[in-house]
Design a protein around this ligand. Structure first.
Ligand code: ADP
Ligand code: ASP
Ligand code: MG
Length: 411
């Protein structure tokens, strides 16, 4: 009997649980699902801005807080929310039980603040469902082999929800947030942006990786690998939202599906590097060892057997990247390390680019006409990214959205 009932994992983000009134509202939605006889597992984030607040506290104490302690601190935001949501459901007469990442059995590696999920056990969740409880799970957290608390990277509650949906073979994973789906651009920057009815995993992954934080990029990878059906919806309104699905031919209508931006970028340049074989490995191996993710890389054409190497990292990683580069600069006898923080990345994404030419050229013309200097470029089959000065981000996103007629997109 229980086995034939559908199972849905619902995830509520920070603004959706931001106040006691909001918690009351979503508890009402959860109660309605149980009345319809569906089984439901709920994953919640920390209350609005709570993770940022905890992060700031840690940074008041240390410029580089100890990663193990930071993870324990950050995980407390989600613990508060699960207890409050479970209490609220009980007030509404719904049987509910809260679970931390440890209690669920979300096992990760030890890469604190960006730990990777290694396995999900979820026996207690299955048992709670069998006893007709609604499990309320803390997003964003797991434990490593030593039972230390780890966190899954910013936006990681999406990953918790999708990993649980995969492990429990849920019918679908509903991501509830403060916008009613995935748009052609951030609707807060581009008021004419259009909601997409559906988007492929591949496009969603590019958009998420390139700054559209409506879904965490790692969560999208996990969903694609395990074929988890995702729908992104608003917790403030009813509507069909955006389905994230497997790509099919009918999807290739526009060259570009969306414009994204990412301000969380910084450029590090190693000036006066000896232009000899093996130098790139000597620069980037220590960066990888320090668990720092490098995005774009450019090497200037060398003169007098010297060259400059620039690369981008997230602003969160920039202090560590500078530390590593200062050591590398000494070892390889480079002249100096320079850092530019006021940059951003603007990107066009679309599976349709595979079949269209001239997208990059059109993007560069838009930038040129506005006098926006492009510092770095990177492309793949389905995306083009440019690094520009941060002050031009909003203008660039709006102009590109208009130029590629995304305000007219119909899907
Ligand atoms: P939550 O706290 O629910 O996880 P997030 O703040 O992480 O919510 O993600 C939702 C936000 O993502 C929206 O408020 C919106 O401003 C932003 N966003 C950026 N790009 C897009 C896009 N292309 N479509 C929809 N939302 C976007
Ligand atoms: N609370 C965490 C964050 O703000 C995780 C999440 O919201 O998904 O990044
Ligand atoms: Mg989020």
């Amino acid at each position: 009997m229980v086995l034939s009932m559908s199972l849905v994992v619902q995830k509520y983000g920070g603004t959706s649980v931001g106040t006691v009134d909001r918690i009351k509202d979503i508890a009402g939605r959860i109660a309605a699902v149980t009345r319809d006889n569906h089984r439901i597992v709920v994953v919640v984030s920390a209350m609005n801005h709570e993770t940022d607040r905890l992060m700031m506290l840690a940074h008041e104490i240390s410029a580089q807080p100890d990663a193990r302690e930071l993870d324990l601190l950050l995980s407390s935001g989600e613990r508060t929310t699960i207890a409050l949501v479970a209490m609220m459901l009980k007030e509404l007469g719904v049987k509910a039980q809260s679970f931390t990442g440890r209690q669920v059995g979300i096992f990760t590696n030890s890469a604190h603040t960006k730990a990777r999920i290694e396995r999900v056990v979820a026996d207690r969740i299955t048992a709670a469902l069998e006893h007709k409880f609604v499990p309320i799970v803390a997003g964003f957290q797991g434990i490593n082999e030593q039972s230390d608390v780890t966190t899954l990277g910013r936006g990681g509650s999406d990953l918790t929800a999708i990993a649980l949906a995969a492990s429990l073979h849920a019918d679908r994973c509903e991501i509830y947030t403060d916008v009613d789906g995935v748009y052609t651009a951030d609707p807060r920057i581009v008021p004419t942006a259009k909601r997409l009815d559906c988007i492929s995993y591949e496009e969603m992954l590019e958009m998420a990786s390139l700054g559209a934080k409506v879904l965490q990029d790692r969560a999208v990878v996990f969903a694609a690998n395990h074929q988890v059906r995702i729908v992104v919806k608003s917790s403030f309104a009813n509507g069909s939202g955006t389905k994230v699905i497997k790509e099919h031919k009918g999807m290739e209508r526009n060259a570009v599906s969306g414009v994204t931006y990412d301000r969380n970028q910084a450029k590090v340049t190693l000036v006066g590097v000896p232009d000899t074989p093996g130098i790139a490995a000597r620069i980037f191996d220590p960066v990888a060892q320090a668990n720092i993710i490098v995005d774009m890389i450019i090497q200037n054409i060398g003169q007098d057997a010297m060259t400059d190497v620039s690369f981008t990292v997230t602003k969160d990683d920039v202090s560590r990247a500078i530390e590593v580069m200062n050591c590398v600069a000494q070892e390889i006898h480079a002249k100096r390390v320079e850092v530019t923080r006021d940059i951003a990345k603007v990107s066009l994404v679309g599976v349709g680019m595979r079949a269209h030419s001239g997208v990059a050229a059109k993007m560069f013309v838009v930038m040129a006409n506005e006098g926006i200097n492009i510092m770095m470029i990177s492309t793949s089959e389905i995306k083009i990214s440019c690094v520009i000065e941060e002050k031009y981000v909003e203008t660039a996103v709006e102009l590109l959205h208009r130029e590629f007629e995304l305000d007219k997109a119909v899907r």
